[in-house]
Design a binder for this molecule. Sequence first.
Ligand code: IPM
Ligand code: MG
Length: 360
Amino acid sequence: MSSTVLILPGDYIGPEIMAEARRVLLKIAERFVLDIELEEGLLGGAALDACGEPLPSETLRKARASAAILLGAVGGPKWDEVEPALRPEKGLLQLRSGLQLFANLRPVRLYPQLAGASSLREEVVSGLDILIVRELTGGIYFGQPRGIRELESGEREGYNTYVYRESEIERIGRVAFAAAAGRNGRLCSVDKSNVLEVTLLWRQVMQRLAAEYPQVELVHMYVDNAAMQLVRDPRQFDVLVTGNMFGDILSDQSAMLTGSIGMLPSASLDAAGRGMYEPIHGSAPDIAGQGKANPLAAILSVAMMLRHSLGQEAAAGAVEKAVGRVLEQGLRTADIHEAGCSLVDTRDMGAAVVEELNNE
Ligand code: IPM
Ligand code: MG
């Protein structure tokens, strides 16, 4: 039986990087004789322009019917004035929530070839390999009530609600403990329990779960300290687990340790391991249409999809190795470019990975 992969290119650089991810996926399918069928759909600003809503029901239907989803990026200045409920980002959030993709895995791995491209010194980052486990369908991103209201004084007030149920904390906690057990056995739970009750509960639940995973050493860290430790000594971390908003922020920060946010893929999984795969970077309107975007985060997202949703570990490894060899050849998009390397555009970078897969 064939597996359907739904591609949602999205906005600005989204279509450019997804074109390369698609080529890599087709090549790997050919090399490993995988029966994959590709579908395409609209999400974000592209969907808003075409159908008046950022997540058309047709896209949600296709997403439910597919084995996995590959997403480019959504949003951008074109839709800045759109009301909050119709913003492109809302489409992405509705999709994550509608499919219950609560577990967001963001591996932060430094390719040794890029140690010089990191904003930190090589001796601080070399060998870096962290996994950020971000809760993705709850917290302040989804809490009710939310809005902007007018007070009696006539002044306006904006408000959001930071809320987590025990069951939501527990299920993301289990994903993180299991991941740590399969890695170096160290888990750092990030909260702000000295100020926010919701994260005090978070800490208590993590502590309770720890008893079930004796092979994992659990520590807790306040988010401000975690942000500092990530640039002071990032290699102290193995797996980090945190809520939706802290995870959003810390993953962008961590990305820079690896040279560029253009390098990091992610997986968003439901309880059954079905998932959506996307680079953690945004739609980069400033470089859209110029062939400057780095397609490697999208290509590495294909590898994560092969591993987590399609059960093709060997094919996933082949994609990751091909990326390593392309970097070894000295090919660099602008975001990771250094003296002595060859500057290539989005298409050439994708083509180089495809070429390497031919040599597999
Ligand atoms: C991410 C992005 C999204 C988020 C935006 C586009 C809604 O920043 O995936 O990290 O905040 O989750
Ligand atoms: Mg983000």
